[in-house]
Design a protein around this ligand. Structure first.
Ligand code: G1P
Ligand code: ZN
Length: 543
């Protein structure tokens, strides 16, 4: 067994995006591609000799192979121990939980989240720091700089490690511990929520359906919902993780979680439905024939937090990403707690939570979480909802309607234009930016533009500045149109248009969001010249 130093050449495209490095599997399978990036991580994070690393992924195609490579590289780079989830499986929130619980130096998570998997699908890798959260922009930028100058990497020449049996082995001088990926996480969940109350609710005939979308959360959901909380077997559907997610797109929204949506809108609909994504950090919440937008869900969790054992003392503050609707801002105001507006991506919440400034945070993209870990957490959101339902004993729909009646409704929708030619997408952004001066104070139907800007964020904890985080057109009636380019796509460019309008009048709360936002959508298309510049007259996905 010897350490080999392999000569290599830099790849120019290893810049981490919104959440780590995401590329097509064939890109990752090029000789040295993964190795270069892993060595760049190790060279940037300066882990002391003998440090412990957590390792695992969402089980997608290439997960197992990547894990073997990373283990051998960790051994050759002086790590003392790696904790690997059995079978290479570890959901993103569980990875965060384990990093924190065992106070490790950090972890490497293999996932492309909600993107499809398989030999021609997507793969991804990211580093999480000792707080359990995604590396900050300073670290990801350092990794990118290293990747552009790399000339060699170190790897141990040795046999593969058995990943399917719990226990310890050694790799060179490094310990490899294969652990149960579910138990630490399940224990943490049980410490946060009132499990006896949820158990009673589920015994009373309250029916639930959870769609794991053949992704990583299957085993977690079965353990928590069926085993520990007593939901009937079968309450978890698509519960076996598959390398290609069964050919599906593991993104929990109304378009891709269609199996669940059909059930929840059907004649025999259960009382509560939920789904999570590829790596288990996203969530979608449904009532009987009723969809809860992620922005509303965040606001509602904040408003009801004191019903939950873990949050009964109240919240220090809340945070949302800039494109997320301002529904939670209204709750924060009523609770008299601070509300932070951050750029898109979970890495911006970490500092705020570490500094004790926020307890709950979320994004419009089906992500919600709290300071129990430093990632968004799909099953945590599901349990939070079940705990509220167990206490309030009302339907999902009536809880949401009561919330709107009290705080007003923030109608919200996101239009995604995927796979655009990069030039056309950049052209739309540039055109809008150029037109900021002419847009200000302009009236469109009932809406008057108050300001437009390119969102920039100064981290209140470390003072770091993140610029160019999305174009905001803000209207005087609290409605907003946001344009932003995705940082997670792997093909061409994805342009996202976020639309929001505030409505205080209860008599209009029953409106369909698309109906309520009709005029804003027209304005967005009009001022951006999106259709003529991209040749698309319909978005790929509307959420
Ligand atoms: C998307 C979401 C963003 C989320 C990220 C990772 O990023 O919009 O909210 O944090 O996935 O799950 P985007 O593709 O927009 O850069
Ligand atoms: Zn995800």
């Amino acid at each position: 067994m010897s350490i080999r130093t392999v000569s290599t050449q830099p790849f120019p495209d290893q810049k981490p995006g919104t959440s780590g490095l995401r590329k097509k599997v064939p890109t990752f399978r090029q000789p040295h591609y993964l190795e270069n990036f892993v060595q760049s991580i190790f060279d940037s994070i300066a882990a002391p000799q003998g440090s412990t690393l957590v390792l695992g992924g969402d089980g997608r195609y290439y997960n197992r192979l990547a894990i073997q490579i990373i283990l051998k590289m960790a051994a050759a780079n002086g790590f003392g121990q790696v904790l690997v989830g059995r079978g290479g499986i570890l959901s993103t929130p569980a990875a965060s939980c384990v990093i924190r619980k065992y106070k490790t130096f950090g972890g490497i998570i293999l996932s492309a989240s909600h993107n499809p998997g398989g030999p021609d699908g997507d793969f991804g890798i990211k580093f999480n720091s000792s707080n359990g959260g995604p590396a900050t922009e300073t670290v990801t930028e350092a990794i990118y700089v290293k990747s552009k100058a790399i000339s060699s990497y170190r790897i141990l020449d040795t046999e593969d490690v058995m990943l399917d049996k719990l226990g310890e082995t050694t790799l060179g001088g490094m310990k490899v511990k294969v652990f149960d990926p579910v138990s630490d996480y399940a224990e943490l969940m049980e410490s946060l929520f009132d499990f006896p109350a949820i158990r009673t609710l589920l015994k009373s005939g309250f029916k639930i359906k959870f769609d794991a979308m053949h992704a990583v959360n299957g085993p977690y959901a079965k353990e928590l919902l069926e085993k520990r909380l007593g939901a009937p077997v079968g309450s978890v559907m698509n519960g076996v993780p598959l390398e290609d997610f069964g050919g599906g797109h593991p993104d929990p929204n109304l378009t891709y979680a269609h199996d669940l949506v059909e059930i929840m809108y059907g004649a025999e609909a259960p009382d509560f439905g939920a789904a999570s994504d590829g790596d288990g950090d996203r969530n979608m919440i449904l009532g009987k024939r009723f969809f809860v937008t992620p922005s509303d869900s965040l606001a509602l969790l904040a408003a009801n937090a004191t019903l939950i054992p873990a949050y009964k003392q109240g919240l220090a503050g809340v945070a949302r990403s800039m494109p997320t609707s301002a529904a939670v801002d209204r709750v924060a105001k009523a609770l008299n707690i601070p509300c932070y507006e951050t750029p898109t991506g979970w890495k911006f919440f970490g500092n705020l939570m570490d500094a004790g400034k926020v307890t709950l945070c979320g994004e419009e993209s089906f992500g919600t979480g709290s300071n129990h870990v430093r990632e968004k957490d799909g099953l945590w959101a599901v349990l939070f909802w079940l705990n509220i339902l167990a206490v309030r004993k009302q339907s999902v729909e009536s809880i949401v309607r009561e919330h709107w009646a009290r705080f007003g409704r923030n109608f919200y929708s996101r239009y995604d234009y995927e796979g655009l030619p990069t030039e056309a997408a950049n052209g739309v952004i540039q055109h809008l930016r150029d037109n900021f001066p002419t847009l200000t104070n302009k009236q469109f139907g009932n809406h008057t533009v108050q300001t437009c800007d390119d969102f920039s964020y100064t981290d209140p904890v470390d003072g770091s500045i993140s610029k160019g985080q999305g174009l905001r057109i803000l209207f005087s009636d609290d409605s907003r149109i946001i344009f932003r380019l995705s940082g997670t796509g792997t093909e061409g460019a994805t342009l996202r248009v976020y639309l929001e309008a505030y409505e205080a009048d209860v008599s209009r709360h029953h409106l369909d969001a698309q109906e309520a936002l009709k005029e804003l959508i027209r304005v967005a298309l009009d001022i951006s010249e999106l259709q003529s510049r991209t040749g698309r007259d319909q978005p790929t996905v509307i959420t």
